[in-house]
Design a protein around this ligand. Structure first.
Ligand SMILES: Nc1nc2c(c(=O)[nH]1)N[C@H]1C(S)=C(S)[C@@H](COP(=O)(O)O)O[C@H]1N2
Ligand SMILES: [Mo]
Length: 541
């Protein structure tokens, strides 16, 4: 299966891996091997008194903490990835245009195939929490461990500079490039070089690899992660474009994961093949000797890491609400800024020239008698009930809604599963409805109830903060791509709220209710997905 998926890329893999090895062999055959030792880039971190310095306690603990969080990040990332197991370089996500996919399924053309139908099973052995359609829990874990990963990174890089140990990692001369090549030639042709004592200095290739992971891979992962956020992409449309759009960022985010995995494999192999006891003593005990204690404690540490995966998996399914709350709590300050600062108002700049030729549909089509009657008379009998904490409740027909006005925008849709698409949406801004029904001062939250059901049954509903629905580009849409809203996309009326993820945009709306709090409806978590699948209440990211 892997080979089948990789087939179009074999040529690239060959070029990237085989060509340098070939060149290395060629060089050795023609010029011979120069020296038996790997060139050190010339910098040996030393203390002010000239003593060489090894790994102080902060390096050792941040190494462990980084390992701990990075694995949680990678494993939860895999869960999210498999919820839309296709990667693209275009914003449209048209099936067939993906550059790689992790599903054997060709999207059927003769029937409705929703993005949720397309989600895959992933084993909890490799992903957190694993199983099917779990982006809520996957995201909670991903973000919770992100904070750990970022905090450790900030402390580590800060200490690197404060302690003066930065020349360990950061090259100070271009000479490192030819040195690194020489080292590579040694390894690639099995002339294993005598290593510098890694406790004090690295060989040039090693230094470049560590530099790359810390100063290229990690920051790029953070930046491409941010570029998938609906609120960021809408407020700063230039930002995701740096990475080729939201899907470009998503693809790069995945390639960076491959980078971490490749690095880990090589790093661990070399740790074990170049004096495992000594290497473990360096990073675990901070001593430069060959006792076995470091290895023993190191293996125990790795056991803790593996145990954390099992614990995280169990907690995810036993106490999902706790994880959802922890995620909410940690993200709260950031969310407040994104909701209240006008800097984060949607300001997308797309035109009709950008419209996606394909737009994934999601969710369960309604199938109730009420719905079937509505469809049978072409929605002439449709009434939108607007009530709750308002001065003048209304029952609006489709014609009356259209009379309220026409607002429109072209926007990039961000689904929590990972796909996106650009469409034009026409309808009335929520502002117009608010002017009509006049919410009472006590109204803080707006709930949207659908005719359709949630994935696990029950009414599909979701809620918005009042601050968000009065922002530009929050629409009750009755039109998509200049035509009446198609049934699969939410006819006759759906919500568009462009600074948030797709699941907040209730389709097939039958009722809008103004409330003091979301806690009084459903299970109290603010939406059917929030109740049943632990999605975030305010998904700006
Ligand atoms: N009633 C209802 N509304 C819904 C859903 C649903 O399942 N039922 N799915 C949501 C999700 S997850 C997304 S991404 C968008 C998808 O909108 P689309 O089907 O027009 O692409 O609708 C949202 N609104
Ligand atoms: Mo979605």
């Amino acid at each position: 299966m892997v080979v089948i998926l990789l087939r179009p890329y074999i040529i690239w893999l060959v070029i990237v891996v085989a060509v340098p090895i070939l060149l290395a062999w060629l060089q050795v055959l023609v010029f011979g091997i120069h020296s038996a030792s790997a060139p050190v880039s010339g910098i040996i971190a030393s203390a002010p008194n000239g003593e060489p310095r090894g790994f102080p306690v902060w390096i050792r603990w941040s190494h462990f903490a980084n390992l701990f969080f990075l694995f949680l990040v990678m494993r939860s990332g895999l869960s999210i990835l498999m919820d839309h197991p296709r990667l693209y370089w275009n914003n449209d996500c048209t099936p067939g245009t993906e550059w790689v996919r992790f599903t054997p399924i060709d999207v059927p053309k003769d029937r409705l195939w929703t993005a949720k139908d397309d989600a895959r099973y992933i084993s909890p052995l490799i992903a957190l929490p694993g199983y099917r359609h779990t982006p809520g829990m996957g995201r909670s874990w991903h973000f919770i461990s992100d904070y750990g990963f970022i905090a450790v990174g900030v402390i580590y890089v800060g200490m690197l500079f404060i302690s003066g140990q930065w020349p360990r990692l950061i090259p100070t001369s271009w000479a490192i490039v030819p040195y690194a090549w020489e080292t590579f030639v040694h390894y690639a042709t099995f002339h294993f070089p005598a290593e510098p004592d890694g406790y004090y200095a690295y060989n040039a290739l090693q230094q470049l690899a560590y530099f790359g992971v810390v100063f290229v891979l990690a920051p790029l992962s953070i930046l491409t992660g941010i570029a998938m956020s609906p609120a960021i992409d809408n407020a700063f449309p230039w930002y995701p474009r740096i990475f080729g759009g939201r899907q470009g960022a998503r693809s790069i985010h995945f390639l960076l994961l491959c980078g971490y995995v490749a690095f880990t494999i090589v790093h661990v192999s070399l740790v074990f093949s170049t004096g495992v006891q000594r290497n473990f003593n360096h990073i675990v005990l901070g001593t430069d000797d060959t006792r076995s204690l470091g290895l023993v404690l190191g293996i125990a540490g790795l056991a803790i890491v593996v145990a954390s995966w099992i614990v995280a998996h169990v907690v995810a399914w036993r106490y999902p609400r706790m994880i959802q709350r922890l995620h909410t709590m940690l993200i709260l300050p950031l969310e407040r800024v994104m909701r209240t600062s006008a800097r984060f108002n949607p300001a997308e700049r797309y035109t009709r020239a950008d419209l996606s030729p394909y737009f994934w549909a999601n969710g369960k089509m309604p199938d109730s008698d009420e719905w079937n009657r509505l469809v049978a008379d072409d929605f002439r009998g449709y009434r939108l009930r607007v009530g709750g904490l308002v001065e003048s409740p209304r029952d609006l027909s489709l014609a009356q809604i259209r009379e309220l006005g026409h607002d429109e925008h072209v926007s990039l849709h961000h689904c929590i599963q990972g796909w996106s698409g650009i469409a034009q949406w026409g309808g009335i801004s929520m502002g117009r409805l608010i002017a009509l029904v006049k919410p009472l001062p006590s109204a803080r939250v707006v709930a949207f109830f659908s005719t359709g059901e949630g994935t696990f049954g029950g009414v599909y509903y979701d809620t918005q903060r009042l601050e968000d629905v009065v922002k530009p580009e929050c629409l009750l849409a009755y039109e998509m791509n200049d035509a009446p809203l198609p049934q699969v996309h939410g006819a006759p009326i759906r919500l568009r709220v462009e600074n948030q993820l797709g699941f907040k945009m209730v389709k097939w709306i039958r009722e809008i209710r103004f409330l003091e709090s979301e806690k009084t409806i459903g299970e109290g978590h603010g939406g059917v997905n929030e109740d049943q699948e632990y999605f975030d209440l305010l998904p700006y990211i």
